[in-house]
Design a protein around this ligand. Structure first.
Ligand SMILES: Cc1cc2nc3c(=O)[nH]c(=O)nc-3n(C[C@H](O)[C@H](O)[C@H](O)COP(=O)(O)O)c2cc1C
Length: 165
């Protein structure tokens, strides 16, 4: 027979903006930088809402706040790259979380679809943006993965409780 604890029931609180954010921060993620290139202008954004979606065909997803200053640049890109950061790339993560990231010290390499990828990552994905879904205050980006690379010798940068791990 199932046993219910009164204590557990009492612990459940009605969700609000603050406790929602704090509770989701208990989910450990990796950290990526999503890059787009439009007319030779490179944009990058630190993103941890990245996840795998489908194996066949290979698809991934991530979401961006619809309040972001660059949301339209991402929405209207055909191709983009997702760069999964290594533990050594904390500074790159901080940089691309800025409103105006500094691109001068970032080592990029070219993808096959006029994209740019970040060197020294634990993995890089070159993707085609195939769908965008507006939900709540975010836009979900669904991408087909076209080209990939990985480095087995690096450790991942992780994010937990609003801090790097
Ligand atoms: C570890 C980390 C993960 C983040 N993940 C996301 C994300 O998944 N989606 C998002 O829209 N912003 C995310 N951000 C915030 C953006 O990187 C960036 O700070 C914000 O978009 C900057 O505002 P702007 O887009 O108006 O320039 C994250 C920031 C950090 C530090």
């Amino acid at each position: 027979m199932a046993r219910f604890s009164i204590h557990a029931k009492k612990n459940m609180k009605k969700v609000n903006k603050l406790n929602f954010k704090k509770t989701l921060s208990k989910f450990t993620t990796g950290v990526t930088v999503v890059c787009v290139k439009n007319n030779d202008v490179i944009l990058g954004k630190t993103v941890n809402s990245f996840n795998s979606l489908s194996l066949n065909p290979p698809m991934v997803l991530f979401s961006l706040g619809n309040y972001s200053s660059s949301i339209n640049k991402y929405m209207f890109s055909k191709y983009l790259t997702i760069n999964i950061l290594s533990k050594k790339q904390k500074k790159i993560s901080d940089n691309f979380a800025l409103k105006r990231p500094n691109l001068k010290n970032i080592d990029f390499f070219d993808g096959k679809y006029k994209t740019v990828l970040i060197k020294g990552c634990i993995a890089n994905l070159e993707c085609k943006l195939i769908n965008k879904i507006k939900k709540g205050d975010h836009v979900v980006f669904i991408c087909e993965v076209l080209n990939i690379s990985k480095n087995d010798n690096l450790k991942p940068l992780m994010y937990f409780n609003s801090r790097y791990k």
